[in-house]
Ligand binder design. Structure first.
Ligand code: ZN
Length: 292
């Protein structure tokens, strides 16, 4: 991924969230359930609802947190030297694309956090959940440590574009929220939950298709000048690594499709590629697809 070094970044789209409720032991109970239902996570948090529930035990709804804009990320040159600025650039590019592709698109913020975070509408979460989108406040939450885990714990090939895929997937959930896609809680390889996740993967691919051709509507500049085959391979590797079957296999050695909520490695790669190859969000109607 090569950035346009002179292009201006909009660092207001990424913020750092500090503070939040102190974690308390036990008692997640019904609050934990509500929180999990409200979150739409990537699939890294243990790979299923049960895993996410476990991760949320000991967190508490409420508390206060403050958010601060990322400073010092001004140009594409900054994106080439720092991970935080690279994420700003990728988020800018994703939102430039959706502003072009989706009439009425409303930009939203990505929040970095460490350890745990109090969201603006989905209660508290810890980094064990993995990156997630909160439909109630329409914001994205990412612990930067997850990107290392993607490689070290989930076995993805890593790379800058693996991060970009994760962010684009979460913005895919934002697009779904804006257009009114909301799946019932369910599981299984053909379930609505899986269809919703695969659509987010497809939307991530749609962005990748347009990333090097979409200018910033304000400045007219294209932020990302080049994606390589390695970039796409890194995205596919990350998509596979957070597939339900891969996560289950690594965790227990058993694969149980009935409990899938995000889709298999093959399904996730397939739908990312559908989006990437066509660049057409209308081809991402996973809910109408006979085969996933
Ligand atoms: Zn997701």
């Amino acid at each position: 991924m090569r950035f346009n070094r002179r292009a201006r970044l909009d660092s207001d789209q990424v913020r750092t969230r500090k503070g939040g409720a102190a974690a308390v032991g036990g008692g997640a109970g019904i609050i934990g359930v509500l929180v999990v239902l409200a979150l739409q996570f990537l699939g890294g948090g243990g790979g299923d609802i049960g895993g996410a529930l476990g991760a949320l035990e000991g967190t508490q709804v409420g508390g206060r947190s403050t958010s601060e804009a990322i400073e010092g990320c001004e140009t594409g040159a900054d994106a080439e030297r720092s991970q935080e600025c690279r994420i700003v650039a990728v988020v800018n590019s994703i939102q430039d694309t959706w502003s072009t592709q989706l009439e009425g698109y409303q930009p939203t913020v990505t929040n970095f956090f460490t350890g745990s975070v109090t969201t603006g509408g989905c209660g508290s979460a810890t980094s064990a959940v993995g990156p997630f989108y909160c439909p109630a406040d329409q914001q994205i939450y990412v612990d930067l440590g997850f990107f290392d885990e993607l490689e070290s714990r989930f076995g993805a090939s890593g790379g800058d574009f693996a991060e970009a895929y994760v962010l684009a997937h979460e913005y895919g959930h934002h697009v779904q929220n804006l257009i009114g896609v909301r799946a019932e809680r369910s599981s299984g390889p053909e379930s609505d939950a899986v269809r919703q996740e695969l659509q987010a993967d497809c939307f991530a691919g749609v962005w990748a298709n347009h990333a090097t051709t979409t200018p910033d509507p304000d400045t007219g500049e294209i932020l990302i000048l080049e994606l390589t085959e390695t970039d796409i391979r890194d995205a596919l590797s990350a998509a596979a690594a957070v597939g339900d079957d891969r996560i289950q296999e690594a965790a227990t050695g058993d694969v149980d499709p009935h409990t899938w909520t995000h889709g298999s490695a093959e399904q996730r790669q397939g739908w990312f590629l559908t989006g990437y190859e066509t660049g057409d969000p209308n081809r991402c109607d996973t809910f109408a697809a006979d085969e996933l």
